[in-house]
Design a protein. Structure first.
Length: 159
């Protein structure tokens, strides 16, 4: 008997994808959204199979993701936001809440959520990650497609 390996790929058939993007720091999140959409379309995801939800800020991302997972037929969600460190503990509170909320939703709904929430020390770091040094929105989209494929393969009796 040999070891069985299961791996996802970035071309799941007829993937339905939700994207939750925060409006806070929109000069950055909009670039991330563009990167995510470009990556999805580049891998063959039809525009009709993509739903974009805009929420006020990163703190509101988990609730928006939850609504998509429980009230639509998406196969997975990309969460896009930016939290920039300031002079108060607010940064840690928001980052922890968003991370914990998304992790809990992944496990509760058994569907992938790609974590495209930038947590940076300054605006320049965030801008670099949204375009000039690669686009984390596009990277999150590719990770989501791979996880959608992997979950489907694990669930499949033919895997």
């Amino acid at each position: 008997m040999s070891v069985k390996y299961i791996e996802g790929d970035m071309t799941p058939e007829q993937a339905k994808v939700g994207i939750v993007v925060s409006r806070w720091n929109s000069m950055i999140t909009e670039k991330m959204l563009e990167g995510a959409l470009q990556a999805l379309k580049g891998k063959g995801v039809a525009e009709a199979d993509i739903m974009v939800i805009r929420c006020p800020g990163s703190y509101e991302i988990p609730l928006s993701v939850q609504q998509l997972l429980q009230d639509t037929d998406v196969d997975g969600v990309i969460a896009l936001g930016v939290v920039i460190r300031g002079g108060t503990p607010h940064f840690e509170y928001v980052c922890d809440a968003v991370n914990r909320g998304i992790t809990d939703l992944i496990l509760k709904h058994n569907k992938p959520v790609a974590f495209g929430v930038l947590t940076t020390d300054n605006v320049q770091q965030a801008m670099d990650r949204a375009g000039s040094d690669g686009n984390k929105g596009g990277e999150a989209a590719l990770a989501l497609l791979e996880m959608i494929s992997l979950v489907k393969k694990i669930k499949s009796k033919d895997s």
